[in-house]
Design a binder for this molecule. Structure first.
Ligand code: UDP
Length: 479
């Protein structure tokens, strides 16, 4: 009688923001379905939403819960997730608090001694801890190969230093496709000359990417072939594209339970969509962190009404706009006029469920990578409205490389609240992706990509095989 084969054991450590936790939870399900033992490390409040999202997998995945040191850095006690920061200015404090997780995390590693660690990009210090116990640390950025390449070439060659104005387009050196960008669209840590706590932290993040064992990428080879090759062959990173991760979820309940509890009942939402014509609804959502002010929300409403499309619009307002005039941000009579034509969700929507409904024909997105890839996997053309982070790179991928979307026209990287866009631009962009020959061509290309995405994660698809190869390599290191 032989003994049971030893199970590979991986620690997953997501950063405390929904755009990071959601793909990590999906990844945990994928690993478990391939026979890997998974432990997710997180903090008390985040463990609640992670447990819910795990659904049928909850009993198969171990959670280690570490106290989040919010008070130690002057954050409110309940602030354990980037979406509950009092304002975007608190992000540096939030990074400080997450760095204080180092000691308890080391304790957890020493106790469990897993075979491998997949840790978020925002935990650069995990490289050293993994080295200390002699296991490989893989990094997960949550973004795709195009933006990984673009940001690395920017960091290495600093082409923005050679332009005379913030608005002069310049080439991103070595990035395939002759891709241009302007200085205004770059993250503040790249744009600014002075060293800040934020830029120092980002340098550490980038260093840890160069020194870690490899990179798990939520993308698929057929979507970003040139850029995956470039990342591997030119930038010399070991990378495994294993996505789209969102496709690992099955059934309305599991899909609707990703991230936070939906503000709207999923059946009610689906019923409303069922009453709409195919490809007639535009879905508008800016992810888990962006919060627009009243003036911007009003312009979106004006643009939506002028586009004459039905819509689902997920609204998140900036904190602190409590005055009466800020409460009345919708144009007069808007809700009455839009009755039956539009659904406003104030809070959290079951995004992937909505995107995959046949009635949805356009997606106005902030180009967070999860949303972008979820739009790709659903075959929906996009209106791109980047706000911050690496979202401007993702916009270029969608509008110039994949050609499955049009830009609403944002010119400036502004964390949290975004650059201001007028209603007319919103209307125009929505009409372009949803009407006429141009919209039809984008829809056809989007449908082809969605097909490729499904093949990639299916049996023997590229992402399926990459995950196999990764698991085999980790086993060969461990056993
Ligand atoms: N999301 C959702 N409902 C919402 C808002 C966001 O399900 O109302 C999900 C979305 O499907 C995606 C994630 O939250 O998986 C947001 O990640 P993304 O990278 O797009 O943006 P971020 O929130 O990090 O800016």
């Amino acid at each position: 009688m032989g003994s049971e084969p030893r199970q590979l054991h991986i620690f997953l450590f997501p950063f405390m923001a929904h755009g990071h936790m959601i793909p990590f939870v999906d990844m945990s399900k994928l690993f478990v379905s391939r026979g890997v033992k998974i432990t997710i490390v997180t903090t008390p409040l985040n463990s609640i939403s992670i447990s819910k999202s795990l659904q049928n997998f909850a009993s198969k995945i171990e959670l280690i819960v570490l106290k989040f040191p919010a008070a130690e850095v002057g954050l409110p006690d309940t602030c354990e997730n980037a979406d509950s920061l009092p304002s975007p200015d608190y992000i540096t404090k939030f990074f400080q608090a997450s760095t204080l997780l180092q000691a308890p995390f080391e304790q957890a590693l020493l106790q469990s001694r897993p075979d491998c660690l997949v840790a978020d990009m925002f935990f650069p210090w995990t490289n050293d801890l993994a080295a200390k116990i002699g296991i490989p640390r893989l990094i997960f950025h949550g973004t795709g190969a195009f933006s990984l390449c673009a940001s690395d070439f920017m960091r290495l060659h600093k082409p923005e230093k050679n332009v005379s104005s913030e608005t002069e387009p310049f080439l991103i050196p070595y990035l395939p496709g002759d891709i241009k960008i302007t200085k205004m669209k770059l993250p503040s840590n790249v744009r600014e000359d002075t060293e800040t706590e934020f830029s120092k932290f980002f340098n550490k993040v980038k260093e840890s990417e160069s020194n870690c064992y490899g990179v798990v990428v939520n993308s698929f080879y057929e979507l970003e072939t040139e850029y995956v090759d470039c990342y591997r062959d030119v930038l010399r990173r070991k990378a495994w594209p294993i996505g789209p991760l969102s496709l690992c979820n099955n059934g309305a309940r599991e899909i609707a339970q990703r991230g936070k509890e939906s503000t709207i009942d999923e059946h009610e939402c689906l019923k409303w969509l069922d009453s709409q014509k195919p490809n007639s609804v535009v879905y508008v959502c800016f992810g888990s962190l962006a919060r627009f002010n009243s003036a911007q929300l009003k312009e979106i409403a004006i643009g939506l009404e002028a586009s004459e499309k039905s819509f689902i619009w997920v609204v998140r307002k900036v904190n602190g706009e409590d005055k009466e005039e800020d409460q009345n941000w919708l144009p007069e009579g808007f809700e009455q006029r839009m009755e039956g034509k539009g659904l406003i969700i104030r809070g959290w929507a079951p995004q992937v469920l909505i995107l995959n409904h046949p009635a949805v024909g356009g997606f106005v997105t902030h180009c967070g990578w999860n949303s972008t890839l979820e739009g790709v996997a659903a075959g929906v053309p996009m209106v791109t409205w980047p706000v911050s982070a690496e979202q401007f790179y993702n916009e270029i991928l969608v509008t110039e490389v994949l050609k499955t979307g049009v830009a609403v026209g944002v010119q400036k990287w502004v964390p949290g609240v975004g650059d201001f866009i007028g209603g007319e631009a919103v209307e125009k962009a929505i009409r372009r992706v949803m009407e006429d020959e141009e919209g039809g061509e984008m829809r056809n290309r989007a449908a082809e990509n969605a097909e490729k995405a499904k093949k990639a994660v299916g049996n023997d698809g590229s992402s399926y095989r990459n995950l196999d190869a990764l698991i085999e390599e980790l086993k060969s290191l461990a056993f």
